[in-house]
Write a protein that binds this ligand. Sequence first.
Ligand code: NAD
Length: 473
Amino acid sequence: MYINGEWLELEKTFAVFNPTNGQQIGEVADGTQQHAASAIAAAGAALPDWSASTAYERSALLYRAHQMMMQRQRQLAELMTAEQGKPLKAAMNEVKYAADFLLWFAEEAKRIYGETIPSARSDQRFLVHKQAVGVVAAVTPWNYPISMLTRKIAPALAAGCSVVLKPAEATPLCAMAVFEILHEVGIPAGVANLVTAADPAPIGQEFCNNPTVRKLTFTGSTAVGKRLAQDAAPQLKRVSMELGGHAPFIVFDDADPVHAAKGVSLVKFLNTGQACISPNRIFVQRSIADTFIDTLQQRIEKMRAGDGMDPANSIGPLVNQSAVDKVERQVQDALAAGATLHSGGKRLLDNGLDQGFFYAPTLLSGVTPEMLIYREETFGPVAPVITFDNEDDVLAMANDTSYGLAAYIYTQNLSRAMRTFEGLQFGIIGINDINPTSAAAPFGGMKESGLGREGAREGIEEYLETKLGGFSI
Ligand code: NAD
């Protein structure tokens, strides 16, 4: 743990395992509610000086952190592959994406503008000023164990907030590596604090109940996010929530089905399907469905699962046994209800993969609304194909979910692209594009996928209060 500028070692620790082979790769401090309280106290004590520092000073530190993260790109990526399991190439991309947030918010720090507003009274002046919200408590997931941290820490620090972060219990080593960078570049003691813990609940309670915390920012499941938002409500803390998704991927019959299938094969199996923006329901117009399914099947059958350190492997493990169980349950349920299995559909146990949590990349067709996979986020390597007949039907089906994070459309028809873009109730929409994300673009969900946006110009607003001055002259 890193509290008030110092690394703390505790007698009580918990082990960290490599999900590829089950081997222990580290042991980290098992923090308690008391540790969360002292980290919050340190952040509270550091806040006045940090929020009074100039935007240029904060920006310079974030620039340095960006540079150091890029210098350590390979080292951080190797750690991520060992701790989280994604292939090294994907881990390298994630470190770059994580560093992008440090750079973006180093720049945004200098653009925290206020405004003056004309008054109806000749003796009055209105001045709108932006200032740091205060102490921020942050909770992050394991699936993107470095970029989800910088997406919160960078704008918070840029805005002049101090932070206490609790990473996921599966990936604390990546979080420690990020905080080593913050320490080395000279972020002042108490401004950024890290509390690792095997049991997240007491830390979450402290984050919600401690009055020094003025903002809670969370990325993770919708169930936990709702609970924390409720617990933060009595003190009316500001909250940002980046929650689960159930992304529709819609392929219209005027799109090239081969190109679209290639797109799905690239985005669906990224991080073994463990992404909140992973396509979870693939809607294909009936007349092109066969070509689409054949192409996707061919591409899936070329994928190789295994240790992410071997560049031949593009499919890493799932995070743990319960993730494998969830995927198995959804696939079995779909098959029992009449879906067709084209590829995969089983755990991978040969060649030592039984030591980790591997599930074969899977393609199902004939998926219907009664099946679990049609309703629940999968978070695994399963591509469920649903055929549709017309635009109105598919829009209704795509929106028939409580989630509203990402969606994808493939079409060559501009009017249809625009109509569908406008009609989809999702926060991020890729139009003939499988990667509609960037540090410069607002990321976040509608409906039960979240509150607020991360990245972009909006990202820093989440950490700023608006203060009005009415001056009588
Ligand atoms: P999770 O909700 O179980 O865990 C996320 C974090 O919350 C972890 O740090 C965990 O320790 C913590 N947590 C769990 N219970 C808590 C409690 N009672 N109090 C405080 N903290 C608690 O989710 P997960 O399984 O780790 O992550 C997967 C989920 O995250 C998926 O639903 C995915 O869609 C979502 N996700 C969303 C985004 C996004 O930006 N919208 C990004 C990545 C992941």
